[in-house]
Design a protein around this ligand. Structure first.
Ligand SMILES: NC(=O)C1=CN([C@@H]2O[C@H](COP(=O)(O)OP(=O)(O)OC[C@H]3O[C@@H](n4cnc5c(N)ncnc54)[C@H](OP(=O)(O)O)[C@@H]3O)[C@@H](O)[C@H]2O)C=CC1
Ligand SMILES: CCCCCC(=O)/C=C/[C@H]1[C@H](O)CC(=O)[C@@H]1CCCCCCC(=O)O
Length: 290
């Protein structure tokens, strides 16, 4: 019989801990010969490795909708894409491309029961142009997060001469959020990211007006130059000092879209992590929605 293999969670990084290889293990085990009625056998093709998974390494993630990983148990991510190998479910045929919340068996087959909480969905590959990772990025939760954030929380209206700043701007969510902000009508879109190459990607390929490299540039000074009329919308992926700096330059009645706080995920803090008192005060004084 062929063997399956999966990633298991061995130990938590602890307070202020940087994740390391030895937090994880790799285990082999037999995989079932054929699916039982109502089950399908799926080969993992792609798994989404998301920043929020870092929070699942803690004993408590701080939010009810993201559960902590259990020691000694299989690691599961938010989403994955696979291919049906065998099916005992009339809704699926061998060869179908499917997506679901996925465990992490590495390059191996696994057995998946249809579950109400975590349905297995067939992917319409005709929409993907051959790129099977799209359900994990722009056409999946990432794209939806950027879209809903910008649409529902941004307060953007065309013709209002609004300035949008995006942190984590070259990442999955940020790169989509910046482009959507432009399409919604922002007059100026500025991205903050961590390398020269990423800055060029934002300005030359994605249509951002400007980009700030937070590792080599003074974010406060560059923002003041690039956003002379202040910041109206802030799509916040990172939190920490960068966000404190942006919020300090936001206008009255402006909007922070609190998408994530990656800069503080290695700290043992509840989500969303607390912000300095002076920033809290500014948010109140300026009636900033966050
Ligand atoms: N609310 C929701 O439902 C969702 C929230 N999120 C959140 O959005 C954020 C981005 O996620 P996603 O786009 O998928 O992630 P990506 O992995 O695509 O991008 C994350 C980027 O963040 C930057 N980064 C990492 N550490 C720091 C730091 N200390 N300071 C500043 N920048 C940093 C890095 O780029 P660089 O080189 O620029 O530093 C990194 O590549 C995360 O906070 C995530 O939790 C994501 C999906 C859904
Ligand atoms: C714990 C901090 C969460 C910060 C917000 C965040 O990053 C959300 C992350 C999303 C991820 O990148 C893609 C998702 O699907 C996440 C949100 C949905 C979580 C559902 C999880 C359900 C479960 O664990 O059973």
């Amino acid at each position: 019989m062929s063997t399956n293999a999966h990633v298991i969670f061995l130990k938590r990084p602890g307070a202020e801990g940087i994740p390391a290889d030895d937090n994880f293990g790799f285990e082999k085990f037999p995989y079932p010969a054929s699916p039982d009625t109502g089950e399908v056998l799926i080969k993992t093709l792609y798994l989404s490795v998301d920043p929020a998974l870092r929070c699942r390494m803690n004993e408590d993630t701080g939010v009810h909708y993201v559960t902590p990983w259990e020691i000694g148990k299989e690691v599961d991510g938010f989403m994955g894409v696979g291919q049906v190998v065998q099916s005992a479910d009339p809704g699926f045929s061998p060869g179908d491309i499917v997506e679901s919340q996925a465990g992490w068996p590495w390059v191996a087959f696994f057995k998946r029961k249809q579950e109400e909480q975590n349905p297995l969905r067939k992917v319409d590959t005709a929409l993907l142009g051959g790129n099977l990772t799209l359900p994990l990025t722009v056409l999946g939760l990432i794209g939806l997060t950027a879209y809903l954030g910008i649409k529902e929380k941004g307060g953007i209206s065309a013709g209002q001469n609004q300035t949008l700043v995006v942190s984590g701007a070259a990442g999955a969510c940020g790169s989509i959020a910046g482009q959507l902000g432009r399409l919604e009508g922002c007059a100026r879109v500025v991205g903050i990211c961590g390398s020269k190459e990423k800055c060029l990607f934002l300005t030359e390929e994605l249509g951002f007006d400007a980009a700030i490299n937070y590792k080599t540039e003074n974010v406060k000074e560059r923002l003041a130059t690039l956003c002379p009329e202040g910041v109206d919308v802030y799509f916040d992926n990172v939190g920490g000092e960068i966000s404190d700096t942006v919020i300090s330059q936001m206008n009255k009645n402006s909007n922070v879209i609190l998408c994530g706080q990656i800069a503080v995920y290695n700290k043992d803090l509840p989500y969303p992590p607390p912000i300095p008192e002076r920033i809290e005060n500014r948010i109140k004084e300026m009636s900033i929605n966050r």
